[in-house]
Design a protein around this ligand. Structure first.
Ligand code: NI
Length: 284
């Protein structure tokens, strides 16, 4: 009995270092495999660096009528390379402050006219995402916008959710708007801001326009009659590269922009149109 026990014990003692050695060997092998994979990867990275890809980042904060979207902070990655070539340019310095003021749903009447005066006073070019239907109702105001040198882009014909329409209906929405802009003396726009910020991959790939959303929502439609409220919203959420969403159909919105513009100037912002913003930020 004693012998057997000792034998067992010996066996156990003998086993222990063997298990230890196997464990060490396994660890070494894992380390070798891991290091070689890492090494090959880093070598590949050095020999074949990833090509800069033209992508712009948009943070879609809110949507007008969708509670879920309103509370979400959805990040939309947009590849501007689809279907077109971009001129190459240097990445934008992180501390460079640019603001793109955009005005949707117009052209309005008195409010748009007032806004044109404000923009002229501060020598700023803004971007108007117009509705074809409004442009047809108010062609003189659209002509005035174009003549003042602002950018005019498409926001559809009469503000439907484009994702609910057939491809033919989407095309009609855009064609009619392009026609209204052209009739007022404008160029056919390559930019589309889909109503409510809603679009699908299919729309993106078939409309032949670049989707241009926003990064700062003034929430001006909620602050009707309270220009300071939406101005505070903009100034409280603005980032170094900002696309600011307003609607030039409300008097309080254009008054809000009038508060915001000199503040942003003080903060060192340069104002750019949507096309310029894309040109500057489209690649990094
Ligand atoms: Ni709209």
């Amino acid at each position: 009995m004693r012998y057997k026990y000792e034998n067992k014990k010996r066996k156990y003692r003998k086993m222990k270092p063997r298990v230890g050695r196997i464990a060490i060997l396994v660890v070494i092998m894992i380390a070798i495999v891991g290091l070689s994979v890492f090494g090959v990867k880093s070598l590949m990275g050095i020999l074949n660096p990833p090509k800069p890809h033209p992508i712009a980042l948009y943070v879609k904060d809110t949507s007008l009528f969708n509670e879920k979207a309103r509370n979400a902070k959805e990040v939309v990655l947009r590849d501007f390379a689809i279907g077109k070539e971009l001129p190459s340019h240097k990445p934008l310095p992180a501390d460079m402050k640019i603001a793109c003021l955009t005005f949707d749903d117009g052209p309005g009447y008195e409010s748009t006219d007032y806004l044109l005066g404000v923009l002229k006073k501060y020598d700023i070019k803004a971007t108007f995402f117009v509705l074809g239907s409004k442009a047809e109702q108010n062609p003189e105001m659209l002509k005035k916008i174009i003549k003042a040198g602002h950018e005019v882009a498409s926001h559809s014909y009469d503000h439907p959710d484009l994702t609910k329409l057939s491809p033919a209906e989407v095309k009609q929405q855009l064609d009619r708007t392009d026609e209204a802009i052209r009739k007022a003396g404008g160029k056919t726009t390559t930019l589309l801001r889909p109503p409510y910020g809603n679009y699908s991959k299919e729309i993106e790939e078939t409309v032949g326009k670049d989707i241009f959303l926003w990064t700062v929502d003034s929430n001006d439609w909620r602050f009707k009659g309270d220009p300071q409220g939406s101005a505070d919203t903009v100034l409280g959420t603005v980032q170094p590269q900002a696309v600011i969403l307003y609607h030039d159909i409300y008097n309080s919105s254009v008054k809000s922009a009038e508060i915001v513009i000199p503040k942003l100037k003080e903060m060192g912002y340069e104002f750019v149109t949507a096309s310029k913003y894309m040109e500057l930020t489209g690649e990094y």
